[in-house]
Design a protein around this ligand. Sequence first.
Ligand code: G1P
Length: 903
Amino acid sequence: MTWMFTDNNGTFNLKQADEISCLYFPLANESGMMSAVTPSLNGDIKTGQNSFLLQPVSAEDLHNNRSNRNFWLNIKGYGPWSATGNSARQISSKYSKKSDETVELEAGFLWHKVIRENRQINIRSEITNFVPVDDDQLELMKVTIFNIGKEKIELTATAAIPIFGRSADNLRDHRHVTSLLNHIKTNNYGVIVKPTLSFDERGHKRNYTSYAVLGSGPDNSNPIGFCPVLQDFIGEGGTLDWPRTIVEGNSDYVKSGFEYDGYESMGALRFKEEELEPGDFISYIIVMAIDQTGNNMDKYIEKYCSKKSFDRKLAENKEYWQSKLNQLTFYTGDHNFDNWMKWVTLQPILRRIYGCSFLPYHDYGRGGRGWRDLWQDCLALLLMDDENVHDLLYNNFAGVRIDGSNATIIGNEPGEFIADRNNISRLWIDHGAWPLQTTSLYINMTGNLRFLLEKQTYFKDGIISFARERDEYWNIDMGNKLKTKEGKIYQGSILEHILLENLTAFFNVGENNNLRLEDADWNDGLDMASEKGESVAFTAFYAGNLLEIVRLLEKLRDQEGITEVELLEEINVLLDSLNDSLNYGNVEEKNKTLAKYFNSCKHNISGNMLSIPINELIKDIKCKAEWVVEHFRKEEWIGDKNGYEWFNGYYDNNGQRVDGVGPVETRMTLTGQVFSTMFDIATEKQIEKITLAADKYLFDKKVGGYRLNTEFKDKELQLGRCFEFAYGHKENGAMFSHMSVMYAKALYQRDFVKEGYKVWNTIYQHCLDFEKSRIYPGIPEYINSRGRGMYTYLTGSASWLLLTMVTEVFGIKGFLGSLKIEPKLQKEQFDQDGKASININFAGNKLKVEYINTNKLDCGEYEIKKVTMNGREITPHETGSYVVIDKGDLQISDENIIIVKLG
Ligand code: G1P
C-alpha cells in the first residue's frame, strides 16, 4: 500500500486511505483560514486559538472522534449510509472480509477528494474539500453521489456538521457553560451560531464572530429543513455516528427563521428526497464559514453556495497554488522526487499560515511561531524570491533587545513583538545565531549589502541582561521600543543588531569556556542545565557567524567604500581589542566584560555614537573567531577506545562532558557535529572521522537515517526534559529531520557530497516508503521509533531541505547578487539522457538551469565543460567546479536558459 503521484503537479492518490491512522491533510488560505481534514473527513477548522468552527482535535482524536464533517444518506431499502464513512455500521464492518466498501483519496495543491464506493448498495460518493484563496475564511465541500448500479436509488441527504464555535480553551474549560452563550438561528440555507460572549484569556468580551454551516442541493435548491441543536439531532441516547434523527428518519426539521439559545449547536441540513437513475449523479455544496463580523453570511451564500461557483473557485485555487509552487521546481531522473519536493516547497508556506500550533500533531501553543522558526522560514521565502522579503527581514530585527537577546512573543503583524506580561524569562541561547544566516543569504541573493547599514529600533521590555535581571524602572506604558536617556527612540544599524547578538554570545561562557546553554538551544528539550550547561554545538555556530561578519565587513569596505562604522558607544566594551585586549582563555574576564556591558544598558542607553574604523572592527572580530576555532578544535575533539573520533556537543548541569565515553555508555550527539562541519571549524580529516563515528553510533536505516543522539542511560547526566522521553522519540534520539538536513547541508558545503547525499536520501526514501512512514508526501519533523513520520507539514526542516537542494545539490548560489553555479548532483539524479534541471527566480530574474551529463558521471568525476546562457557562451572557472554569471548579465532576458554541460 502506498500513495502514487498521478501527474507532474504533485497530485497523488492513495487507496484505502481511511485504514491508516493519524493521516491528515492541510487546507488553508493566506487570509488565515486553517483546516485539517482526514480521509474520513475528520479534523478541525479554525482561524485561531479563539475561533474554532469545528471541535479542536489532536492526532489521537482523529480516530476516536466522529464528531466532525459528516454527510448522511437515508437510502430506501437500506437505511442510513454515511458518505464520509462515519456511521457505526460502516465503522464496525470496516475490517470484515464482507466489507463492500472501498475508499480512495486524491489530493493536490490545496484540495482533498475522497471517493467512497459501496458495492452492496451500488453507490459512490465523491467529496471534495478546499479553502478558497479569497479574503474570506471558509472551507467549501462538494458531495457528489453517483448511482453506480442498475436499479433506481431513492435517498434523502442530510449534512451533519457539529458547530463548536468558540475558543479551543473551552474544550475542557467551561465547555458546558460556553454552550449557554450560543445564539443559534437558521436562514434559508443553513445554521448560524453566534455566541454572545467569548470566554478566553483576554477575559469575557462581547463576541462578534459567527460560525455557520450553509448548503445547497441539486440545482442549487435550498435545504428543506434544519436540526440546529445537537441533542435533538442525535436524540436521547443517540450518538453522532448513529444519530436517532437519521436512523429513525425523523421529519420534524425546523425551517428558516428559527432561533434558539443556550445549547450545543448542529449544522444539520436536510435536503429533499431524490431519485437517482442508474448512471445519474447529484451534488450538494456545503459552506463552513467563520465570519469575524457576523455580517457576511448572505454574501457567502451568494458567492459560494452553488455548484458552478464551487467548480470555479476550485479551479482558481488550483491555479493559485500551482503558480506559487512553480516558482521553484526541480527535474531529476526521479519523478517521485520532483513531485515530493513540491510538497516540501509548500511546507514553509504552511508554517507561515498555521504557525507551529494548528495541525493535529501540533496540539500545543496558541498560534504563531518562535524566533528561530521565523528566521528559518524566511530562508524558503528567499529561495522563492518573495518580493516582501526585505521588509520581512528588516521588521524582524525590531525584535532584538540591546542585550543581544530577543522578544519571545511574536505578533501577527510584521515587526510586531509583544512584551511578555507574565514576565516569563527564558533565554534560548541559539536565538541570536539565526538572523545572520538568513541575512547573509539575503545579501548574497540580492547583492543588497547596504541592508546592513539600514537603521532599526530595538525591542524593550522588563527582561534585561540575558533574563538574569528585571528592569524595575520599565513598565508596559513606556512602550516596547528602546529609548535613550533623553527619552528618544533609539535606532541602530542592522549591522549593530547582528554584532550585538554575536558579541554577547562570545562573552557568555561557562567554566569550560564555551557558550552557556542557559535555558536551552535549538533543542528545546535541553532545558535543565541552566547553571553549568554549555552548548559546544552553538559555540561553533557563533564562531562561524563571527567569521561571516568579518567577510561581510570586508565586502562593505571593498565594494561600498565604507571606512568607518557607527556604533552605540556602550558597545565599545565588547570590542576589547580596541582598548586593552582581554585574555580570551580567562572565563572570568569574559563574564565580567559581559556584565559590564549589561550594566551600561539596563533601562536606557546614552544614544552617543562612536565611529570605529572598519579595519579595527574586522581585526577585533577576526581575533575572537580565531580564538574560538582554535579552542574548539583543541579542547572538544574526543574519541573512544574503538578509534572513533568526533566533537563533543554539550556540557551538562554538573559540568560533565556529554559526548564521549561516559561511566555507563558511549554518547554521541549529531548537533555537536553539524555546526562544526558547517562553519569550517572541523578540518577535512576531522569530518572524515565524524562521518565514520556518525555511521557507527547514529545511523539507523529503519528510522530514516541519523538519530539526534545515542541513548543516554547515565542517570547522573543532567541536561533536559527530552531525555525523559522514551528513547527514539522526538528530541531524544529520533531521526529529527531538521538537524539531519542541516548535517546534509554541512557535508555538501565541505564537499563531502556522497555522505551528504546519503543523509537526505535516506530520509527521502523512508518518507516514500509508505508502509513504514505512514505519511503523505513531504518531510515530517521526525521519524519515531517504529519508523512512522511525525508532526507532518509544520517543520523547519522543509526550509533547510529546500536550501540544501537549491544551493548545494543544484548549486545555485548567490554571490552578492551575481549567480554562482556549482552543481553537486550525484549520477543517479540525472534522467536517462543525463539531464537534470532547476527552475528558480533569482534576484527578480527567471532562470532555468539545465545540467547535461551525457556520460552519467558522478559528482567528483565531472567538471563544467561548457556553459551557455540564452545561447551565449560563458567561461567556467578554471577549476571546472563552478561558473559565475554577473548580475548585470542576468537582467537581459525575461527567462534565462542556462545550459551547463558536464563531462
Ligand atoms: C521544532 C521547533 C524548533 C526546534 C526543534 C527542536 O522543530 O519548531 O524551533 O528548534 O523542534 O527542538 P521543527 O518543527 O521546526 O522541525
